[in-house]
Design a protein around this ligand. Structure first.
Ligand code: ZN
Length: 157
């Protein structure tokens, strides 16, 4: 049930890619990352912590990307982050993004250290400031998949 999609790169060259699924926003959930996605569906963001060098990483891997130790375990993130960079996406032809534009694609630095690709929600683009505090939210994409997104941190009362 594949179909062809034509994509152009920055030089204007067209390439065709064969598409098997109708959506491009859904992850392939592997046994290794399944706890991560399950936790998101429960409203928790998981990281991996290395017992050997004490560094956190995300996305989750079965080994530490800093020291290659396999002595890594799941820990729950605090959910705090700062905005590292962002881009307002006005056009994306890959389904289902075309229906979601404009949206804010962002890279955020989690308080634990890892940098994540994500989206910022509940925020107008002109309110975005590099270094602003963000807090973790979840957004259910399908019945099976919940994504991590971030919103401006609410001042605590
Ligand atoms: Zn390590």
């Amino acid at each position: 049930m594949g179909r062809e999609l034509r994509l152009s790169d920055s030089d204007g060259n067209l390439t065709s890619v064969s598409v098997t699924g109708p959506r491009f926003d859904l992850p392939t959930i592997e046994p290794e990352s399944e706890p991560y996605w399950t936790a998101l569906s429960e409203g928790r963001l998981l990281l991996k912590l290395c017992a050997s060098c004490s560094q956190y990483h995300s996305y989750p891997r079965p080994f530490c990307p800093f020291c290659w130790s396999e002595d890594v375990s799941w820990v729950e993130a605090s959910g705090g982050a700062v905005l590292y960079t962002h881009s307002v996406v006005f056009r994306n032809d890959l389904p289902p993004f075309g229906e979601q534009v404009p949206y804010i694609a962002a890279m955020v630095d989690l308080d634990e250290g890892p940098r994540m690709m994500t989206r910022v929600v509940d925020c107008e683009p002109d309110q975005l400031k590099i270094g602003m505090r963000l807090s973790f939210r979840t957004e259910a994409v399908t019945d099976e998949v919940t994504m991590a997104v971030f919103a401006p941190e609410q001042p605590s009362a």
